[in-house]
Design a protein. Structure first.
Length: 193
């Protein structure tokens, strides 16, 4: 069975229609029409637009029910199912919608997963909460620390963030020094014992 993009491209070529003519007829930008034909889903704005673009493009080529517009490749990223209540002609209906996960939800989910997995090296590690530069380091390798003790200070855009020990123990594998750049989630040290 031919793919969606191939079906659209073949129908357009058989009808001897240029992409610019389809663009004028459908009001869909030529770059999106080419992305549909080449099945480059990542170049398209989102799943709702993809379905609408496919339906509109198929109708412009008089394919209506012939193009498999409902069979789409999965769009990258997670989706969330939501139930909405809508009213049509005085009657209420529950509609299930599949929407892309909001970027902030994805970040929160990844952070929860990282924390539950114990970050990069297990539950003993102390990681940088943000990208920045280490201003100062308050401990040395082999120091004993209590829970809540200051490990280092990370600065980003003139904002300082103190990194504290999450439990009591001995500092090991200290991997930062003043002036070092750090990334979000980078291991600063391990607190063992």
């Amino acid at each position: 069975m031919p793919e969606i993009g191939e079906t659209l491209r073949d129908a357009r070529m058989r009808a001897r229609i240029d992409v610019s003519e389809i663009e004028a007829k459908t009001k869909i930008r030529a770059k999106y029409l080419r992305a549909l034909e080449n099945e480059e889903w990542g170049l398209l704005p989102g799943p709702t637009f993809v379905k609408s673009f496919l339906r509109t493009y198929a109708q412009a080529l008089d394919l209506d029910g012939k193009a498999p517009t409902s069979r789409l490749l999965p769009v990258p990223g997670r989706t969330v199912e939501r139930v909405r209540t809508v009213e049509v002609d005085g009657r209420r209906f529950e509609v299930r919608l599949t929407e892309p996960e909001a970027p902030w939800l994805e970040l929160a989910r990844r952070r929860r997963e990282r924390v539950s997995a114990g970050a990069a090296g297990g539950t003993d590690v102390v990681v940088s909460p943000m990208q920045g530069t280490v201003l100062s380091v308050a401990v040395a390798e082999g120091d004993e620390v209590e829970a809540g003790a200051l490990i280092c200070i990370v600065e980003a855009m003139k904002m300082e963030n103190e990194v504290h020990a999450h439990r009591a123990g001995v500092v090991a594998q200290l991997s930062v020094a003043p002036g070092d750049p750090v990334a979000t989630g980078q291991v600063i040290c391990v607190i063992s014992g």
